[in-house]
Design a protein around this ligand. Sequence first.
Ligand code: PTJ
Length: 246
Amino acid sequence: MSLIPKSHPRAKSLYIRERLVEGFDSGLVAKEGLMAHGRGETFDYLLGEKTSKHAQKAIHAAAFALASADYPVISVNGNVAALCPREIVKLAKVTGAKIEVNLFYTNQIRKKNIVKALRKAGAKEILGINSKSAKRISGLDSARRVVDSNGIYKADVVLVPLEDGDRTIALKKMGKKVITFDLNPLSRTAKTADITIVDNVVRAINKLILECKKSKIQKIPYNNKKNLAGTVLEIKKNLSRRMPHA
Ligand code: PTJ
């Protein structure tokens, strides 16, 4: 039972934190994942814990990219498996994307737990677990370099939520379109991806599912760098508005 009273002014944020801790206790999340969440929380706070108009624009662009992809793949790590497994499965269903488990802090037991959680959430096919179809991508030293030949390796569009910068660069070099959820608009991933949704994955993934469900998604002009710059300005405005005045 949660110790957080519903009336707590920061209840929503604390509930998300709780989900991560539960995910850690059940062997889904890496220790470092808890810290990564803390960094994300800080940016979420600065963003006002809401979906900005820039994030909404990125969500629209991401929906269009996924809808027009030939072979989209969603990469899942420990944090994502703990925070939104059902939504990942829903998004995969709506877009026809494959789901692949790919970890930075790779660990076979954690991988098995993540697969179990995804299956419980309704996933039928999960890639990234069969060593026979493992392929290495070049220009990457981390464990993330091992991908599935029927998944990320073959994909034209890859969704990499809560990512580290190196793989985004490597995937771009392979000619793939990269979409990410990253609360830090200044991260290397955010700046390298084609479409960066600067929002909490917990909030934004449902909006992306809704957008993908639309029968016709209009192509809109979209420039990721411009969108990120707009997000930083939004944070700046937010800070000025909330600054304590003596
Ligand atoms: O499960 P693993 O082994 O694959 O490891 C996953 C983590 C997240 C630990 C790993 O990918 C990592 O270390 O990531 P980074 O380099 O810390 O980057 C994570 C990014 O996600 C940071 O820029 C955070 O600000 C951002 N972030 C954290 N929580 C959220 C988030 N973005 C959106 N929604 C969140 N809830």
